[in-house]
Write a protein that binds this ligand. Structure first.
Ligand code: DP6
Length: 344
């Protein structure tokens, strides 16, 4: 009478950023985006879901603390998966275990990294929730449109490697889904370093930040209409060519433009701090020294830097960071080096 499933989902870091919704309920974006999914064993969420006839209500625990199950985004995902499971039952699929669909669930989700550090925890969290529910209820097929309704960036964490979220055009969102561009083994030398500048919770969350940006920033509109459509094509091309200098340059330009739209928002939103700015300068000086782009930064809605580079440059760049940020780097976890893609 008790069924239980455990799954994990990794964090993804966008190189063409999603910022702004055209429909806030369905979470439909104003531009397409592209990200790299980190390796499973690195930053990830692990979710266990049990269901039983004897459970009286749906409940959820995040990192050991019970949270409010009535959260609308959580409810969207739960309802959508249950609807898909019933649909499957009605079409008479003999392999579907129908009994569990009507049971209540107990969800337990933990991150292996500090949630407060703002490292894309909602992306891994909702991707993992939706995938685990689908396994429990025997739902197959397009899950990224369901994860998208939990948190936009979550749709990209359902796939490994290089993933694009196509914005789509339809008002029902059916064509707004994630798709793998290249697999996790496509570019095995690519590496990610995370520089944990601050573990504090961000001051303006992405949901409310992008809402204000859509309402007030003309630059954001220009970015979505003019810049991103070309940039998506270019980014896919340079990834397919494994052209690091071009990939790095586009990644940095896109991060900078995203933060420029935050400054163009009224009142302005500041996600980068002094240490973030010093990291940006250091990366440019380092690349200038070698006369080529060997290292690239990107920043999400917070001050922590994500560095993309190739394996061969990791040891030297980590040394350089430790040299220029002695006080930060002495803190236990300032630099975290992570392989992006599995070598096998
Ligand atoms: C800056 O996916 O967290 O990380 O859809 O409102 O949940 P909601 O927003 P969220 O926004 C992520 C913004 C970003 C860029 C990105 O990951 O593409």
């Amino acid at each position: 009478n008790l069924a239980m499933v455990t799954c994990t989902a990794p964090v993804n870091i966008a190189v063409v950023k999603y910022w702004g919704k055209r429909n806030e309920d369905l979470i439909l974006p104003i531009n397409s985006s592209l990200s790299v999914t980190l390796h499973q064993e690195q930053l990830k969420t692990t979710t266990t879901i049990a269901c039983s006839r004897s459970f009286l209500q749906d409940r959820i625990w995040l990192n050991g603390k019970e949270e409010d199950i009535s959260c609308p985004r959580l409810q969207s995902c739960l309802q959508e998966i249950r609807r898909l499971a019933r649909k499957r039952r009605n079409t008479g699929d003999p392999t579907s275990d129908i009994s569990v669909v009507s049971h209540k669930v107990h969800i337990c989700s933990v991150n292996n990294f500090p949630t407060a550090a703002g490292l894309a925890s909602s992306a891994a969290g909702y991707a993992c929730l939706v995938y685990t529910l689908s396994q429990l209820f025997g739902v197959e097929g397009e899950l990224s449109t369901v994860a998208r309704q939990g948190s936009g960036s979550a749709c990209r964490s359902l796939y490994g490697g290089f993933v694009q979220w196509k914005m789509g055009e339809r008002s029902d969102g059916k064509d707004s889904f994630a798709e793998q561009v290249e697999s996790e083994s496509y570019w095995p030398e690519l590496r990610v370093l995370i520089l944990v500048v601050s573990a504090e919770q961000k001051s303006v969350g992405s949901t409310s930040g992008m809402h204000t940006s859509v309402e007030t920033s003309q630059l954001l509109k220009y970015r979505a209409d003019v810049v991103v459509p070309c940039r998506m094509e270019e980014m896919i091309r340079v990834i397919r060519q494994r052209d690091f200098p071009a990939f790095g340059e586009l990644t940095m330009k896109d991060s900078n433009q995203f933060h420029a739209t935050c400054l163009d928002t009224y009142p302005p939103i500041f996600y980068l701090n002094n240490v973030s700015h010093r990291i940006i300068s250091l990366v440019h000086r380092y690349n200038q020294f070698y006369g080529e782009t060997r290292v690239a930064y990107t920043f999400d809605a917070g001050p922590n830097a994500v560095i993309y580079t190739l394996q061969e440059h990791v040891p030297e760049f980590v040394q350089v960071v430790r040299h220029f940020f002695p006080s930060e780097a002495n803190g236990s976890e300032f630099v975290r080096g992570l392989p992006v893609c599995s070598a096998d």
